[in-house]
Design a protein around this ligand. Structure first.
Ligand SMILES: *Cc1c(COP(=O)(O)O)cnc(C)c1O
Length: 409
């Protein structure tokens, strides 16, 4: 491999995190399921323990000691993700929410700062975690333009999500980073993936993923991961080692394998989504389509910050809450289910499901449905939506198409 020229993302996705395989004499990723590891002697075992409990890496000729401190299969996935995110390091967790919890605890807790600035809209679980104050934090929720004025002496962290869940609103990462000053910014990069957006290149301190979504890509792993500097990774590993929100090595193996096809999946899913968006904007049943760049990208954010639009779509149904609910139940190829980013297409109603814990004034509108577009043929997906719209249209006429929403109160 060349040292002069950076490798393209497609190549990095296939080869990263595999540097030690040839020396091990294997070609496929090994899965290390050991929960404990033999100790060479008490000095080196103890030194290695101390290094890892402090958030560092295992010492040479030491021991991995115990799998809550270090696991080689997880570490390989972390190395791969770090390289794809142009980061020094990455730290994996048992879920996206465990990753977010560790980020918040590492920056608040013992640091003495307890204030968080969070740009809405956010994933419902994140909004709920911050709004509840469960971790002892106090949160100021704000608009991207209000980040600067929301920062206080005791602000530990700025949290932003772009594209945002579920409305696909875009936030200019560099602008938020500038407004945040010395306060580290974490970007939830779940929707864009490292293929379409690298937040650290725009000054963010951390890029967080619910790896459950696109990174895994097959709907069979719950995981989270944070790409960041080695110093931040040490703080996150310290939290992980004592709170135990670990990614299991079997999950890490599946995620690492999933990374190899991530660029190809993203390209095809995005192409499918773009075709479906073009069809949706002409449908009388749909009042509004939300998709990055569909408004002509007036602030140039897609152009400046992203390598593509992604494969998530939101749409406002003309028939309101009842039509949205009926469409979600009338599809057959799409699965009516929460989550996103897999090879198969999903549809869900954010106000009733993923964003239910969000306060009513910040909750997505009740007529909005969210689509995660998969790898099926786009014509088949369009045909499925078309038959659902037709069925709901005739049903709505019969029932008088109520638009009130219980979920909106
Ligand atoms: C799903 C999701 C999360 C939470 O991740 P889990 O793996 O479900 O814990 C966080 N952020 C976004 C944008 C998500 O879609």
């Amino acid at each position: 491999m060349t040292d002069q020229r950076p490798l393209h993302p497609d190549t990095v996705a296939v080869h990263s995190g595999r540097g030690d395989l040839a020396d091990l004499g294997v070609h496929a990723l090994p899965i290390d399921l050991s929960t404990t590891n033999p100790l060479p002697d008490i000095e080196r075992g103890g030194d290695s323990y101390e290094a890892m409990a402090g958030g560092g890496r295992p010492i040479a000729d030491g021991s991995l000691v115990y799998a809550r401190l270090w696991n080689p299969t997880v570490a390989r996935f972390e190395d791969a993700l770090a390289e794809m995110e142009h980061a020094e390091a990455a730290v994996a967790f048992s879920s996206g929410m465990a990753a977010m919890t560790a980020v918040i605890l590492a920056h608040t807790g013992a640091t003495g700062k307890h204030h968080v600035v969070a740009v809405r809209p956010l994933y419902g679980g994140t909004d709920h975690l911050l709004g509840s104050g469960l971790l002892g934090t106090e949160t100021t929720f704000c608009h991207p333009s209000e980040v600067g004025v929301s920062i206080r002496q005791d602000t530990a962290l700025v949290i932003v999500e772009t594209p945002a869940n579920p409305t696909l609103e875009l936030v200019d990462i560099a602008e938020v980073v500038a407004a945040a000053g010395d306060v580290p910014v974490v970007v939830d990069n779940t929707f864009a993936t490292p293929i379409l957006q690298n937040p650290l290149d725009h000054g963010a301190a951390m890029s967080l993923h619910s790896a459950t979504k696109y990174l895994g890509g097959h709907g069979d792993v719950i995981a989270g991961v944070v790409a960041c500097s080695e110093t931040t990774a040490e703080a996150l590993r310290r939290v992980r080692a004592v709170t135990g929100g670990l990614l299991h090595p079997l999950g890490a193996y599946l995620l690492h394998r999933g990374l190899t096809t991530l660029p190809v999946r993203m390209r095809q899913q995005q192409e499918n989504a773009q075709r479906i968006v073009q069809w949706l904007i002409d449908q009388p049943e749909v009042d509004e389509v939300f998709f990055p760049g569909l408004d002509g990208d007036p602030q140039g954010i897609v152009k400046r910050q992203m390598h593509g639009t992604g494969a998530m779509i939101a749409m406002r149904m003309r028939g309101g809450y009842s039509a949205a609910g009926a469409v979600a139940s009338a599809v057959s190829l799409f699965t009516h289910a929460v989550s996103l980013g897999g090879v198969d297409s999903l549809i869900q109603h954010p106000a009733a499901l993923t964003h239910r814990p969000v306060p009513a004034d910040a909750r997505p509108d009740a007529d909005v449905l969210r689509l995660s577009i998969g790898l099926e043929n786009a014509d088949d997906l369009i045909a499925d939506l078309a038959q659902a719209f037709t069925r709901v249209g005739s049903g709505a006429q019969a029932s008088g198409a109520a638009t009130a929403s219980p979920a909106q109160g």
